[in-house]
Design a protein around this ligand. Sequence first.
Ligand code: VGL
Ligand code: ZN
Length: 203
Amino acid sequence: MKTLLLVDLQRDFLPGGALAVPDGDQVIPYANRWLPQYDCVVASKDWHPPGHASFASQHPGHRPGDTIRLDGLEQLLWPDHCVQDTPGAEFAPALQTEGIRQVFLKGCDPRIDSYSALFDNAHRRATGLEAWLRQQGVQELDVMGLATDYCVRFTVLDALACGFRVRVLAAGCRGIEQQPGDIDRAWQAMQSAGAEVHFGPAP
Ligand code: VGL
Ligand code: ZN
């Protein structure tokens, strides 16, 4: 079953949003064009409770971009973003969402971040995506979305570790590049872990 995973195509990651990914809006037309070509389309949403521990606003004296230790894990701090049931957490307005079969929420635990759409950053809790895909008999997954160097990267690495064959649709991804080279390193990490990167205009 040809399956597409849309990672975090939410308002806050678009230009003008709280955690804007440069040119993030440019991937939406690709999603709309590709969606009908798949038997199964699923999506993840970054879905933080208010006051999530990954928000710099919760750590007096810190600013977005600072790194702290949070319950033993390194945590990069972000502006408040994708707060549950707020407009910023909604899907990109231009995204054709009717074809999305199932949405998986991540980052819901107030104390731990979740870049991956499968597990939180400490691999303590699953989002249900892996189990759902297995139940559907899915073995191969195409992935696109935001951001290349965070949620796409960690989603792809987890999916590979779970044994799925993963193809990343590069035209449908944009990165944050918090540090110069982050996006390049993300592509390298995904490829060396076994992901196939598809650079063409269509899957
Ligand atoms: C993301 C940073 C914080 C992402 C989510 O979707 O890539 N990045 N939360
Ligand atoms: Zn987040």
